[in-house]
Design a protein around this ligand. Structure first.
Ligand code: SDX
Length: 432
């Protein structure tokens, strides 16, 4: 097919810009030569209309509420797959054969321990340290414990690259659980290699031997595994773009992931799941008047937003929110929990989805709206909800980092439009 072009008419000249079309019909105008040819750059604060890469990992159709990992619909993966199988799919690009998956799972299970010296780093944190800060610091410290992971040649050292990937997938749950135990002043639980990924995490989080040995509820472990699948990747979101940008300087995988953790911490991104529960709690304590809070969210001057609502890409239901809402009911029924916050969430969703303000702006519940209710039912403390998001998003970040490095993308270095002072001379202090 012959190359298509867009034409830019500016300053009396015409510039032909190549058109790029994706396999799902997404279309773009390639401006990579625009500045050299015309002196112009484009301006798109927040990158709402700008593609920073061509990727084969995840496809989202925001209008239709479609999400696929490597072409597989999220609904099927959530129903039939496991988190470690999805991690393999995202990172290596295909569904593994049984022996490949068994080997991958075995490798993860046998690398869950962290270096005992990392305990000293934990001990250095105050007990009220936010677990996301602890997680980010400990992930960065992995570069110190595995210095060969920094600057490794991803083509020539494939085996070590696979080991570097296995290590962080295996150790992140241990680091997360230990940061929780540290904050409780409890002794840590060492990982058990005979447990599956989520059961091991729940055991490390909640077992309190010999006082209260923790029995993993298989319904809870399965629900957690599904939640991690639903969070595993989401194309060029804020944290994934951060991982790619930091990795484009050829910073190591661990420091790139730590940067992603810090970006996810923001309340407008992964931090929203913690904010949702705090918002539902506030509505409950204020007497449960949902309509009053919906009105507040519509008032620009209130500074209040309906957390867990709205999305940069989804202008329809976030498909993950639908699955999480169903899982919510399953977990609360299995645990025989009646959580008034779930009733408030459902009423909030109903009122908002029938309100013109939300309809006009296509604001629907997103992935964060119901997930916190499940975490709360499982017993995960609110300040660890975003840590759960990071556990899920890890394979996506790894896949994005690998794709960027394998494509040999240049170091990311955006331009700007300068609007500051023009040239002026220095004024000595006694003349100001
Ligand atoms: C995640 O990118 C991803 O894929 C992220 C994520 C992933 O998997 O990685 O999906 C995870 O981050 C989900 C989003 C979690 N954040 C929240 O739930 C926080 C609440 N949501 C909003 O802050 C907001 O919807 C964003 C940040 C999610 C999206 O913001 P945009 O695309 O920049 O939209 P905007 O802020 O320009 O809002 C457009 C309009 C504005 O009104 P007007 O100026 O047009 O009158 O919608 C309004 C906003 O005021 N609006 C909201 C609202 N979200 C947007 N009004 C009330 N409540 C809200 N939640």
């Amino acid at each position: 097919m012959s190359q298509e072009y867009a034409e830019l008419h500016v300053e009396g000249k015409i510039y032909k810009l190549p058109v790029v079309r994706g396999t799902e019909g997404e279309k773009a105008i390639d401006i990579s030569k625009l500045r050299d040819e015309s002196g112009f750059i484009t301006l798109d604060v927040g990158l709402k209309n700008t593609g920073t890469t061509q990727s084969a990992i995840t496809f989202i159709d925001g209008e239709k509420g479609i999400l696929r990992y490597r072409g597989y619909p999220i609904e099927q993966l959530a129903e039939y797959s496991t988190f470690l199988e999805v991690a393999f799919l995202l990172i290596y690009g295909y569904l593994p054969k049984k022996d490949e998956l068994d080997r991958f799972v075995h490798e993860v299970r046998t690398h869950t321990m962290v270096n005992e010296d990392m305990r000293k780093i934990f001990d250095g944190f105050p007990v009220n340290a936010h677990p996301m800060g602890v997680l980010s610091a400990l992930v960065t410290s992995l570069s110190a414990f595995y210095p060969k992971a920094v600057g490794l040649d991803i083509e020539k050292e494939k085996e070590y690259l696979d080991l570097t990937i296995i290590r962080i997938i295996a150790k992140l749950p241990t680091i997360a659980a230990w940061s929780y135990k540290n904050s409780q002043g409890h002794p840590v639980n060492y990982p058990k290699n005979n447990l599956d990924y989520c059961s091991n995490f729940l055991y490390m989080m909640f077992s309190l031997p010999p006082i209260e040995p923790y029995e993993v509820n298989p319904v809870v472990a399965k629900a957690l595994d599904r939640l991690l699948i639903l969070h595993a990747d989401h194309e060029q979101n804020c944290s994934a773009s951060t991982v790619r940008l930091v990795g484009s300087s050829h910073a190591g995988l661990y420091s790139s992931i730590a940067a992603g953790i810090d970006a996810l911490w923001g309340p407008l991104h992964g931090g929203a799941n913690q904010e949702v529960i705090e918002m539902l709690q506030e509505i409950y304590e204020a007497g449960g008047n949902v309509r009053q809070f919906v009105e507040k969210a519509k008032d620009k001057n209130s500074g209040f937003r309906l957390m867990g609502f709205g999305h940069r890409v989804y202008k329809n239901f976030d498909p993950r929110a639908k699955i999480i809402k169903k899982t919510c009911d399953e977990v609360l029924t299995a645990l025989n929990i009646k959580d008034p916050l779930l009733d408030i969430a459902k009423e909030l969703e109903y009122v908002a989805l029938n309100d013109q303000y939300f309809i006009d702006r296509k604001l629907y519940p997103n992935v964060d709206f119901y997930s916190g209710i499940i975490y709360k039912a499982i017993g995960i403390p609110i300040n660890m909800f975003t840590v759960m998001f990071a556990l899920g998003r890890l394979p996506g970040w790894i896949a994005q980092w690998l794709e960027m490095r394998r494509a040999k993308e240049p170091i990311g270095r955006p331009r700007q439009v300068y609007i500051g002072e023009t040239a002026r001379d220095y004024v000595p202090i006694d003349k100001r």
